[in-house]
Design a protein around this ligand. Structure first.
Ligand SMILES: NC(=O)c1ccc[n+]([C@@H]2O[C@H](COP(=O)([O-])OP(=O)(O)OC[C@H]3O[C@@H](n4cnc5c(N)ncnc54)[C@H](OP(=O)(O)O)[C@@H]3O)[C@@H](O)[C@H]2O)c1
Length: 244
């Protein structure tokens, strides 16, 4: 019998992350293997609702990725689930994000730290803990970055901390692609343009964009399952419009 393949989606309680998780359970966007979709975020109730709706395809593991103890418990739980479900770990999507839109002169050290911990340090430390969990067949790590962090893109006021750290997250994907090649793990960064989510509404009230989280979630999910066969260490713009 074919073993299940497991993927972990961070920031899966709403927005793009929730849609990536939903689409990962859809048989039309992945290969023939039965998926096991592990979802994490801080909102316990929303995660459990998604788990319930998924009829066993998703497992909720609440965690704050900025906290070392949460990350350790998350990885420990994943190890146990893989063993119980006879599953191989195939993929990781670093999607969790925050955006404090503020002019550079108003950004506090705490604002910088929140962006850094959520978009760079948390993902880096979580990846480090999860590397031994990947099966020998390897897999795919995806960094959800932003057009704001893409070199040469149009830049918008209020996004300096967010965009600078997203840029670093993208470069980390390039670095890991080399380091993890001998384990058959590909690592890519997707620099998204604007998607109509709560984050966008809060950062740019009144702005309406055409890309919906369901569409972006479907695209990212497909890329997670198949993109590592063709891309490694790439920073890819996925954008129709700015800002992102
Ligand atoms: N929407 C856009 O236009 C756009 C454009 C470019 C890039 N992006 C990127 O795409 C990703 C998803 O964005 P979105 O628009 O879907 O945002 P969103 O609706 O605000 O969702 C963000 C998700 O991240 C989770 N999260 C935040 N901090 C966390 C933490 N410390 N630990 C664990 N989970 C945490 C949130 O869940 P909890 O609050 O439950 O923890 C939520 O599930 C982000 O990385 C964002 O930067 C978005």
């Amino acid at each position: 019998m074919t073993r299940k393949k497991a993927v972990l989606i961070t920031g899966a309680s709403r927005g793009i992350g929730a849609e990536i998780a939903r689409k990962c359970t859809d048989p039309t966007v992945r290969d023939e293997t039965k998926p096991l979709v592990l979802i994490t975020a801080r909102s316990v109730d929303r995660l459990h609702e998604m788990e319930k709706e998924s009829n066993g395809a998703m497992i909720a593991i609440p965690a704050d990725i900025t906290r070392a103890d949460d990350r350790a418990q998350l990885v420990d739980r994943i190890g146990k689930i893989l063993y119980e479900q006879d599953a191989d770990f195939h993929g990781l999507v670093h999607n969790a994000g925050v955006l404090r839109a503020k002019s550079f002169l108003k950004l506090t050290e705490e604002d910088w730290n929140v962006h850094y911990q959520t978009h760079l340090l948390g993902p880096a430390m979580l990846t480090q803990l999860l590397i031994p969990t990947f099966s020998s067949a390897g897999g795919h790590i995806l960094h959800i970055s932003s057009m704001g962090g893409f070199q040469g893109s149009k830049k918008f006021p209020g996004l300096s901390a967010y965009s600078a750290i997203k840029g670093a997250l993208s470069i980390l994907a390039e670095c890991l692609s080399g380091e993890l090649m001998d384990r058959n793990i590909a690592c890519n960064a997707l620099c998204l343009g604007a998607v109509q989510t709560e984050m966008l509404k809060e950062a740019f009230p009144g702005l309406e964009v055409s890309t919906q989280p369901e569409d972006m979630g479907a695209w990212i999910s497909e890329f997670l399952w198949k993109g590592h066969r063709f891309f490694n260490g790439k920073i890819l713009p996925v954008s129709l419009q700015d800002p992102g």
